[in-house]
Design a protein around this ligand. Structure first.
Ligand code: KG4
Ligand code: ZN
Length: 347
């Protein structure tokens, strides 16, 4: 799927606790982000230690129109200039998804602009290519609060799941450990910052499923091991600051090493030498340094999105939208009206 003429794409992402609206331009030079506005709700959910779905939807309603106005004005365009609307339709929190998707549908229907619905994970998979040239085939490692998945990607329409976590996602592990020690949400970012002050070799955790003969992973056992260690050392509020930093550094190291090992296995099994890492956890500094260490990493070339495009954003949804067939609200009215949020949409 491709567009032959210049086209402006208005994109929405609201699958979890961020409301994001972006404007992208596709012309003969490629795809360019004209604006990418994200209203984060970290401060709303921080006190609860995780995302509260009802609060996320209520705050999305407040953010939805200001985000649209900011994205349009920063891009220097008006709604009449838009030629395509893209929106995340799943997976995610249904109340959250509905706010962005319905805003997109309304604009599409009112102004008769084709609409394309995007799977959130697909948005992450291609996010590294917002700033880098696409290289097929590649192994995609998607690491976020809800996903730890490995895909073999041969084209925009040929994406095969080849490995995934059997229980918790790696971001979930970080969020739960941070919460257990009272450090708040999002735990991944907090642990990443504090781990810089700790010793990654102080505690040795067994790497979950490191020697299994497949690409599946597990993070629930590692989470239990970290929490058991915290309890053994006295529990929340009773452990010296330096030791907490060591726990964070050692946990981050174990997560980075298992992700690296499984990605390397995937490259070897499928004979691929390009890896694209994405999702909120791909902002992690140790994961980046381990994957990028050239001496340890002779087998694959790795591409990361920049930090601001690692976590949820609408620009990645717009990018994926250029490669999918859109639905015309007039010509395909029935199909259009049936577009709905699907909280468990599997890629
Ligand atoms: O992709 P994302 O923004 O939302 C989901 O689709 O889940 O990812 C959010 C996850 C959270 O678990 C958060 O703790 C984690 O990304 N995260 C990080 C970092 N920044 C955010 N994890 C590790 N290191 C970071 N620097
Ligand atoms: Zn995400």
């Amino acid at each position: 799927m491709g567009y032959s003429k210049n086209i402006i794409n208005l994109a929405f992402e609201s699958s979890c606790d961020d409301f994001s609206c972006a404007v992208l331009l596709k012309d003969n030079k490629g795809i360019k982000i004209l604006s990418n506005i994200t209203y984060s709700q970290d401060f709303v959910h921080d006190i609860y230690g995780g995302v509260v779905p009802e609060l996320a939807s209520r705050n999305h309603i407040k953010a939805s129109l200001p985000a649209l106005s900011s994205a349009l004005s920063k891009a220097g365009i008006a709604l009449k200039d838009v030629g395509l609307v893209s929106a995340t339709a799943g997976p995610g929190l249904v109340g959250s998804l509905l706010i962005g998707l319905m805003e997109a549908k309304t604009i599409s229907y009112a102004l008769n602009i084709p609409l394309v619905k995007i799977n959130h994970i697909e948005g992450h998979i291609f996010s590294p290519f917002l700033e880098n040239k696409e290289e097929f085939p590649f192994i995609a490692l998607v690491i976020s609060g809800g996903h730890t998945h490995i895909y073999l990607v041969k084209s925009h329409s040929d994406i095969k799941l080849i490995g995934k976590t059997r229980d918790d996602a790696c971001g979930e592990l970080f969020d739960k450990v941070s919460n257990y020690l009272g450090f708040g949400y999002p735990g991944g970012r907090i642990i990443d910052e504090l781990a810089e002050k700790g010793n990654k070799n102080e505690f040795k955790f067994t790497l979950p499923m490191a020697h299994s003969r497949n690409l599946d992973m597990s993070f629930s056992g590692l989470k239990t091991a970290v929490i058991t260690l915290i309890d053994k050392l006295g529990g929340r509020g009773k452990i010296k600051e330096k030791i907490v930093f060591d726990i964070f550094a050692s946990t981050r190291e174990a997560v980075a090493r298992i992700l690296y090992k499984k990605t390397l296995d995937a490259c070897n099994i499928y004979g691929i030498n390009t890896v694209a890492v994405s999702g909120g956890v791909s902002a992690n500094s140790r994961i980046r340094s381990l994957f990028e260490e050239p001496a340890k990493n002779p087998c694959f070339k790795v591409i990361f999105p920049s930090i601001s495009l690692s976590t949820d954003n609408a620009a990645m949804i717009g990018y994926a939208g250029f490669f999918k067939p859109p639905v015309d609200p007039v010509k395909n009215k029935e199909e259009f009206l049936n577009i709905n949020a699907d909280s468990s949409w599997e890629l």
